[in-house]
Design a protein around this ligand. Structure first.
Ligand SMILES: [Zn+2]
Length: 232
């Protein structure tokens, strides 16, 4: 019989693994802070009774993801979770690296749009070019850079590989040379859904908000945050 665990019962008393709830724990040496460490033979994970550092706690990464999507900046997440800002920056990169790129389906309609934000300085704009599937509103691809052909090409090329039914864009000149006339649509209200999504992104991500002092300082962080926002 497995006893009901409460918050004040320690792992060393119950011998129950907090990850898989089995009783296969064995002792596995001591940590740097001289705490008994346990090793689970069924899920191969290690755990200790309680953590001195908040960053080591089990749900920290999940909370970071949640807070990013709720419009908190790096420093405010650090204040809420009581972790160092540098830890958050490192965690954002590790979380983003584990995320898999989305799968493309054939014969779908997409909307492509560019969104302006800032990088490093408030007078240095950078554009987020991204593509959204029309029906499911799922973001399938994005790229960062200046508003040039090269940045847009990355997104359109990834779309064209999946033989799309139609691609809706605004009237920007670069699209004409990149997308075949047959599937390219520039119509009124054609990019409504993605324009609305831009507004959602601006409310959900602190670094994209307008008329504030918030903006991205690092290219990699911006890329990782977008990756987390779109696909996790
Ligand atoms: Zn386990």
């Amino acid at each position: 019989m497995v006893k009901k665990t409460t918050l004040c019962i320690r792992i060393s008393d119950t011998g129950i693994c907090p990850y898989c709830n089995t009783k296969n724990l064995i002792k596995n040496g001591f940590t740097k802070n001289k705490k008994q460490q346990f090793y689970c033979k069924s899920c191969n994970k290690r755990c200790i009774d309680y953590y001195s550092y908040n960053a080591c706690k089990r749900n920290t990464n999940a909370k970071i993801i949640q807070f990013i999507k709720e419009g908190l900046g790096i420093r405010s997440i650090a204040r809420v979770l009581q972790i160092a800002t540098t830890t958050i920056l490192k965690r954002i990169i590790t979380i983003a690296k584990k995320i898999q790129n989305p799968i493309f389906f054939k014969n779908k309609s997409y909307e492509v749009d560019e969104m302006r934000c800032y990088l490093k300085r408030k007078d240095k704009p950078i554009w987020i070019v991204y593509a959204m599937e029309r029906k499911t509103k799922r973001v399938v691809s994005f790229s960062l850079g200046r508003r040039t052909k090269r940045t847009i090409q990355y997104v359109t090329n990834s779309l064209l590989l999946s033989t799309p039914k139609a691609i809706y864009t605004d009237g920007l000149v670069h699209y004409k040379s990149l997308i075949n006339k047959v599937i390219h649509r520039v119509t009124r209200y054609g990019t409504n859904k993605i324009e609305r999504n831009n507004l959602s992104m601006r409310t959900h991500l602190k670094r994209l908000q307008r008329k504030t002092i918030c903006f991205s300082r690092s290219y990699i962080q911006l890329q990782c945050v977008l990756c987390i926002y779109f696909w996790s």
